[in-house]
Design a protein around this ligand. Structure first.
Ligand SMILES: Cc1cc2nc3c(=O)[nH]c(=O)nc-3n(C[C@H](O)[C@H](O)[C@H](O)COP(=O)(O)OP(=O)(O)OC[C@H]3O[C@@H](n4cnc5c(N)ncnc54)[C@H](O)[C@@H]3O)c2cc1C
Length: 499
């Protein structure tokens, strides 16, 4: 049934459109709004920031646009974001970024073959761990971390001490996936990290054009989107005609709606950034508490020239906690290796967990931009100085500028990056499903990367699916059908939203 059919059934009553209010204009909120608009609802999207996109954001501070949040399309099989990216004319990198070299903690370069073996094994253990935990979740003891499992795998290999140490040290890099130290990642729930199948594509042309397309329906709908509207409370009263929501923004405005779809990040839900009256049910509150919210930050450092260009494109810098307790192993990608016209003399460093806190504390507590710059560049200097062709006297090896993200201090990103699954978590699948179910009787639903179908959790693709699922639930609750499903710009997406 279409909305018009539903409305005209009410015996000559004037047509009343369902009024839906979406909180947040990130991937999930925008997709939810799009589906609701296509089904004929009157949709309002309230966004706290002065921009759309949420944890997708680009900056041109260094010249060409760079992604501050998401950069990868994880899994190119059945991934709706790929269809949108194709339609946006995106350019990807994949194999270009695979040429790996690994530096040992003492600065020496591991032989190429050994470096590849160490990194490949790391991924193998991750994939095997996901499969093992999926098959044995019921019997894996609570409190076991992925690192415990990983160390057992290393011990079983029978390698000498040095080889084993490399394999253990490189494991830190997986923290860039789970957005925390892997000793804090629950092993029983590791299967929740299972990615969408296929290859991982680095969007050389950034997520910017993809976001533009995802936002198109909302942007074209007059009066739909309001920026600079942080929501502080949602108050719901039941009436004979169903629930009525009053949504309060920080600037004192009040919006009314028949349904609310809340897409603020899990980190924001954890901090009660939006107050609900009546409070959201205890079971949902508990699930919000159980799931973890991680930190991942990106630092781009640009140079006059890519002095490392004739070498590898992916660098792993191992750290030995026994000799340097402040450092963890970290990784960097060379943007000089991505296709033209996006190639640039820039390195992208990823940090997570405690290391990302070191970086964001510099940004937060430095008294000037110069001080922050000096401290950030000092932090990364030991890595940069190991690179191929580096010379302290060569002006091409002196950083020209940098950008470092600060999601940890970003209230509207929930003070972090994305959902993860901390040691001791009992049943993460149940928690995700509990939040995703929302509060049907109040016509209140949650969406975002934290309510995604399991294959897409914590990703852009998952956030997109989650928005669509929440919108369909909302439409279902009003008896409205959802046959026509196209994304902004009329891109048809196949195989959308596995539930
Ligand atoms: C550094 C980093 C790297 C990442 N890399 C990748 C990657 O390569 N690939 C990938 O797939 N995923 C990646 N992710 C994850 C991905 O970015 C997120 O999963 C996805 O963008 C989340 O979308 P969302 O709609 O759930 O949330 P958001 O994009 O966070 O949207 C929520 C929106 O709600 C708004 N909001 C918050 N509070 C309020 C309020 N009170 N009132 C009104 N509005 C509010 C926010 O401003 C925001 O716009 C990365 C994330 C980070 C931080």
């Amino acid at each position: 049934m279409t909305l018009a059919e539903v409305s005209s059934e009410s015996d000559g009553e004037p047509l009343k459109k369902v009024k839906a209010l979406v909180i947040g204009a990130g991937t999930s909120g925008l997709r939810a709004a799009e589906v609701l608009i296509q089904a004929g609802c009157e949709v309002k999207v309230l966004e706290a920031r002065d921009r759309i996109g949420g944890r997708i954001a680009t900056s041109s501070k260094l010249g060409l646009p760079l992604d501050l949040g998401a950069n990868w399309i994880h899994g190119n099989i059945g991934n709706p974001i790929l269809a949108i990216a194709e339609s946006a004319g995106s350019s990807y990198s994949m194999d270009e970024l695979d040429d790996t070299i690994v530096f040992a903690a003492d600065g020496s370069l591991l032989p190429k073959r050994m470096g590849n073996e160490v990194v490949t094994k790391m991924w193998d253990y991750f994939e095997e761990g996901i499969i093992y935990s999926a098959q044995n979740a019921a019997t894996i003891q609570s409190g076991i971390s992925f690192m415990d499992y990983y160390k057992e795998k290393v011990a079983a290999e029978g390698w000498d001490e040095e080889r084993s140490a490399y394999q253990i040290q490189v494991a830190d890099l997986l923290g860039n996936i789970v957005a925390t130290e892997i000793r804090k990642q629950d092993f029983r729930n590791l299967h929740m990290e299972e990615p969408i199948p296929g290859d991982n594509l680095f969007l050389s042309s950034t997520y910017g054009p993809v976001m533009d397309l995802m936002a198109q329906t909302v942007l074209k709908t007059e009066g739909c989107l309001e920026l600079d509207k942080p929501v502080k409370a949602v108050e719901t009263v039941q009436t004979p005609n169903g629930p009525v929501h009053s949504v309060y923004t920080k600037d004192g405005e009040v919006y009314t709606a028949d349904a609310v779809l809340c897409s603020i990040p899990l980190g924001s839900l954890k901090q009660d950034r939006v107050k609900f009256k009546p409070p959201i049910p205890e079971k949902i509150r508990q699930s919000i508490k159980h799931l973890g919210y991680g930190s991942l930050e990106k630092t781009y450092i640009t140079f006059p020239k890519a002095f490392w260009k004739d070498g590898a494109s992916y660098f792993a810098f191992l750290a030995d906690p026994a000799t340097d307790s402040d450092r963890r192993s970290i990784a960097a990608i060379s943007l000089a290796h991505i296709p033209e016209p996006y190639a640039q003399p820039t390195l992208l460093f990823y940090t997570h967990g405690e290391t990302s806190k070191q970086i964001t504390s510099i940004l937060q507590f430095s008294s000037s931009e110069e001080e922050a710059r000096a401290k950030i560049l000092t932090f990364f200097h030991p890595y940069i100085s190991k690179l191929h062709n580096y010379s302290p006297t060569d002006p091409d090896c002196v950083p020209r500028d940098y950008i470092s993200t600060n999601w940890l201090n970003d209230e509207y990103a929930g003070n972090g990056s994305y959902t993860n699954f901390p040691v001791g978590l009992v049943d993460g699948v149940d928690d995700v499903k509990t939040i995703e179910a929302g509060v049907e009787e109040l016509k209140l639903w949650f969406c975002g990367e934290h309510t995604a179908p399991l294959l897409g959790l914590a990703s852009v693709s998952g956030a997109y699916w989650a928005g669509e699922i929440a919108a369909k639930k909302c439409l279902g609750a009003f008896g409205i059908g959802t046959e026509a499903m196209v994304v902004g710009g009329g891109v048809a997406v196949e195989g959308i939203a596995p539930v």
